[in-house]
Design a protein around this ligand. Structure first.
Ligand code: ATP
Length: 594
């Protein structure tokens, strides 16, 4: 299959903002793909070579890419730099420079008398990109440059544009995983239930290339049999929220296990013999940041193979007290990990087990899972089960909540004891209900919103952003709808770093997945998630979140929004949804009317 067929589809996808159209283009493409390369096509379309959790990177920054373009276009590095300055991005630069070269030079190679056009195939593109990613050690940079140049030499100008964007991690077709699941179900599924079966497999084994391959080769039955694998992260189960202990207990049948809700980072630990891999809530491989946590799992999880979940929390080693979430973020650095480990030590508070020595526990009810967890965690002062209590009355729950807050937690997690209390991978449901301190403030919960644009600051804030345009996620249309402009809550340090932090995401137009009536000074690719609190949710004539849902000609907005912290552990698709904003608005109304 030719790479140009992918590029044609990418161009069509880029021209539309409708999810249904995007899906239709994808379906048309997938149906043409030979089964042996379906995984490669899926990964390339996602802008990757393997699922993210494998952490494979090209290791080519802009400088190296410019060298490759110069080499392929037969021009100087200075020419490349000048063109970038004029057109803004390296993808278009490659397109322009290669086009001008190819006007002068023949597109063909000569083999004797016969002219052979060396068109790029999907296989060649994928395999070469893989070689680029795998090149390491001495001379790796030169190898990467010459491999990329070899592809660019044979690329049509448009293909070059997409290759460069892929290498720089900026393909940005705006296709969410859910859209790919839809397209797979339509292309290769059978009937109505297909989508559900495929999504269930994806929640257990979130590798779309692999799922597509199984689907095309073994059909839906094969997909149904995709099981859990130690080393492949499972999509996390998430909690719903309610405002009062009464509501929570009523929902859970009058009794539940309440656990401390620790304010740290969720860790899914996979243990296979002595090998330990840690995944974040976003399924990134974070093993290298936390050698100490790996050691705790290796030593104190008494099973040969296991998948367990817990919260990794920064602690004060002298007192054992919990430290704030922000301190833990110092651990997500690439260098000097040993020092970070000494300065910001961590403890693990385990709260679930999904797999032990050949047994998948995700369909086992929570009380039993907890017993298994208890039996395999050897508790020390650094690794323990989450503090818990069986509660049967609102009073007991309230008291346990106060105790959790006093001990430095965010609140409590209330977990169902019912026989159906399975591990609902990838789902936010009422089997877990969170009860947080913020609920006692005016808004029932903080919101995790995506920055989609910015406004330049004035006076003291000249040179940085004065406010950011924030949006909630709408999974139905796969778009981001604006809900507030946030300018307060930032420290001077936060403010100073904003332009640099957002620089890689700046685009010269509103992103196709962003729905905004406001004109921002600067637009971003939706990428960075921030936790925001506010006084209340109000109707708004300018924000597009829940437009027309509560009232015709109005959306919902947050009044007096305030920045709390960055949420690097969340992807934009994991941000607060439009529906959640609507629910918060309705809950707040109910309380006012009470
Ligand atoms: P929040 O923004 O409130 O942290 P979230 O959207 O990240 O929530 P939720 O499903 O709402 O995720 O809350 C569950 C999170 O709480 C988990 O992802 C985990 O990181 C954390 N947590 C802390 N203690 C526990 C516990 N005992 N059981 C389950 N999750 C816990």
């Amino acid at each position: 299959m030719l790479y140009s067929e992918l590029v044609e589809t990418y161009e069509k996808i880029e021209r539309t903002t409708r999810r249904t159209e995007m899906t239709a283009y994808l379906v048309a493409l997938l149906k043409k793909v030979p089964s042996e390369i379906i995984d490669k096509v899926i990964y390339l379309t996602q802008g990757k070579l393997r699922p993210d959790y494998e952490g494979l990177e090209y290791g080519m920054g802009e400088k190296l890419v410019m060298r490759a373009i110069a080499l392929a276009a037969g021009c100087s590095l200075k020419d490349v730099e000048e063109t970038v300055r004029k057109v803004g991005d390296l993808g278009s630069t490659a397109e322009i420079l290669l086009r001008s070269k190819k006007k002068g030079v023949s597109l063909f190679d000569f083999m004797g008398e016969v002219q052979v056009e060396r068109e790029l195939t999907v296989n060649r593109v994928y395999d070469t990109l893989m070689k680029i990613a795998r090149a390491s050690g001495e001379g790796a940079q030169d190898t990467k440059v010459s491999l990329l140049a070899s592809l660019l030499r044979d690329a049509k100008p448009k293909e070059a544009k997409y290759l460069i964007r892929t290498i720089l991690g900026r393909l940005r077709l705006g296709i969410a995983d859910m859209t790919i699941l839809d397209a797979l179900a339509i292309s290769f599924g059978k009937g109505k239930g297909s989508r559900e079966v495929i999504e269930r497999a994806y929640n257990r084994y979130p590798d779309l290339g692999y799922i597509a391959k199984v689907l095309i080769k073994e059909g839906l039955e094969g997909v149904k049999n995709i099981g859990i694998h130690v080393g492949v992260p499972i999509m996390p189960m998430l909690a719903e929220r309610l405002r009062t202990p009464e509501e929570i207990l009523q929902k859970l049948g009058g009794v539940c296990i309440a656990e401390y809700k620790y304010d740290g980072m969720r860790i899914q630990a996979h243990k296979k013999g002595n090998e330990v891999t840690l995944f974040s809530r976003r399924l990134e491989n974070v093993t290298h940041f936390f050698p100490d946590a790996c050691e705790l799992i290796r030593k104190h999880i008494k099973a040969n193979e296991a998948i367990v979940e817990g919260e990794c929390v920064a602690i004060d080693p002298d007192t054992g007290e919990l430290r704030p979430f922000q301190e833990l973020m110092h651990r997500r650095r690439k260098y000097d990990i040993k020092r970070a480990m000494e300065e910001y030590p961590v403890s693990l508070f385990m709260f679930d087990v999904l797999y032990v020595d050949g047994k998948d526990l995700t369909l086992t009810p929570y009380p039993e899972r907890r017993e298994v967890l208890k039996s395999i965690v050897e508790e020390t002062d650094r690794i323990r089960l989450a503090e818990w209590k069986l509660v049967k009355s609102p009073k007991e729950l309230e008291e346990f909540f106060e105790q959790a807050i006093a001990d430095g937690c965010e609140g409590v997690m209330c977990k169902s004891l019912m026989p159906n209390a399975i591990y609902q991978s990838g789902t936010r449901g009422f089997l877990w209900i969170k009860y947080k301190r913020d609920y006692k403030a005016e808004l029932a919960d903080t919101l995790d919103l995506v920055a989609v644009g910015a406004f330049w600051g004035k006076g003291k804030r000249a040179g940085t952003y004065g406010a950011l345009l924030m949006a909630a996620y709408d999974p139905g249309t796969d778009t981001f709808k604006t809900v507030c402009k946030v300018g307060s809550g930032f420290t001077d340090e936060d403010l100073a770093q904003l332009p640099k932090m957002f620089e890689p995401y700046i685009i010269d137009h509103k992103h196709p997945r962003v729905d905004s009536k406001m004109e921002a000074d600067v637009w971003f690719v939706p990428a960075i998630v921030m936790e925001i609190t506010g006084a209340e949710i109000t109707l708004s004539p300018i924000h597009t979140c829940a437009w027309g849902v509560i009232k015709e000609g109005a959306g919902l907005a947050i009044r007096f929004p305030r920045f709390i912290r960055f949420r690097p552990d969340k992807s934009p698709e994991e941000a607060t949804t439009v529906q959640e904003v609507i629910d918060l608005y309705r809950k707040q109304r109910k309380i006012v009317s009470k």
